[in-house]
Design a protein around this ligand. Structure first.
Ligand code: ACO
Length: 360
């Protein structure tokens, strides 16, 4: 029995490999550094899905654009009801309207749905008129345009870098949830909904919003050391640090930091915010090393996610939904891979409750 299934190998995959000691993430044979910042989300999706859909076109952009348009038409009548909920829950309720197929059309609609739902909900909150997707635009550019009314090339590149960076990451909690459901031969929609539930929690995809709450609470670089020490003394966890697999720096943090650097060069990043973040990161790493000398706790993907998504204009309560819009590509690939294995995932539990009198 392994608490939290730590170190348990529960699947074989050709999709991604997380080397927690070397700090390396490989996606279908390529290091993350060869993808993030270099290819659009559609290209990373085509790489990940290669071999899992017989009719996969080389360029997924037109088909994904058409799926965004179709999904928008389907979801538009339900936006009002979804807008009454927190963004992630509203997005999830809209995604639950997708059909439960297993083919490429169903898969593309499931990638389009979180993106269209998120962008439409954010636009509505800003009081913008609903804007139908433009299938001629790239996925990232269209999400930002629908959400904000406008988009620059640098912003689209920044969101592409983010969505590619988080597209897949081994057997994380949400991907495992997707694979468990896929192993029952339920459709892709059911797998994606299970994964969304797992992603929501602060120990998985819900951390980046609280990272900004932490920066706000610290306020100025001079307060970092005392604030962090007080949190650790109270037994609190510092959001954006620590990981089940990585014992060194999460390579995704560097990919996102590079994307922030490109945005910074175009003047889209608040320099004071970045200076504060740099001090907080350095101070937190030193404090965590003293606090848990036996457990290397390094910066994880969520720390830089928070800074990048804030610079792209996403409100902090939408960060987990943006994460879902990227990771959904990985959930679908894993679901196809698991379903193809044909093996139901069904581990055992050890009973530690009271035994009936006659058996005692
Ligand atoms: N701040 C302070 N202490 C920490 C932190 C942290 N961020 N992370 C772990 N620790 C401590 C734990 O309290 C624990 O101490 P204990 O042994 O005295 O109880 C010890 O380090 C080991 O922690 P575990 O919970 O066993 O580590 P696990 O592998 O389960 O945790 C996790 C990984 C959940 C990410 C954890 O590091 C954490 O809670 N981080 C903060 C939340 C966060 O950033 N989440 C995003 C993760 S990235 C992603 O999922 C996309």
């Amino acid at each position: 029995m392994s608490d939290g299934l730590e170190n348990v190998v529960a699947a074989e995959t050709v999709l991604s490999d997380v080397d927690g000691l070397a700090g390396r993430l490989v996606i279908r044979g390529l290091p993350l550094s060869a993808l993030a910042g270099s290819v659009p989300y559609e290209a990373a999706l085509a790489l990940l899905w290669d071999g899992f859909f017989p009719e996969l076109p080389g360029d997924l952009a037109p088909a994904l654009g058409a799926a965004r348009r179709d999904v928008f038409d389907q979801l538009a009548p339900h936006l009002d009801a979804a807008a009454d909920q927190p963004v992630f829950d509203g997005m999830r309720s809209l995604v639950s309207r997708m059909e439960d197929g297993t083919g490429l059309d169903a898969a593309l609609r499931l990638v389009a749905a979180p993106a269209v739902a998120l962008a439409s909900l954010l636009a509505r909150r800003k009081g913008l008129a609903p804007s139908a997707p433009n299938p001629a635009l790239g996925h990232s550019a269209d999400i930002l345009r629908m959400a904000n009314g406008t988009v620059t090339e640098e912003q689209a590149l920044g969101l592409d870098s983010y969505l590619v960076t988080v597209i897949d990451h081994g057997l994380n909690a949400s991907t495992f949830a997707a694979r468990v459901v896929a192993s029952t031969q339920a459709g892709l929609g059911s797998s994606v909904l299970a994964a969304l539930g797992a992603l929501k929690g602060p120990l998985h995809g819900g951390a980046p919003g609280p990272v900004l709450d932490m920066l706000d609470a610290i306020g100025t670089p001079g307060n970092a050391a005392s604030w962090i020490a007080a949190e650790l003394t109270r037994g609190e966890r510092l959001m954006g640090f620590g990981h089940r697999i990585y014992r060194v720096r999460d390579p995704r943090a560097d990919a996102l930091n590079a994307a922030i650097g490109r945005l910074r060069a175009s003047g889209a990043v608040d320099a004071a915010r970045m200076d504060l973040a740099t001090t907080v990161e350095t101070t937190a790493l030193a404090a965590l090393a003293r606090h848990k000398p036996d457990r290397p706790l390094q910066t994880n993907v969520e720390f830089y996610t928070a800074l990048l998504l804030e610079a792209l204009g996403f409100p902090r309560d939408s960060f987990t939904a943006v994460f879902a819009a990227g990771r959904v590509g990985g959930w679908i690939a894993h679901s196809r891979e698991q379903a193809a294995s044909g093996r139901l995932i069904r581990p055992k539990s050890r009973y530690i409750g009271p035994v009936p009198r006659e058996a005692a």
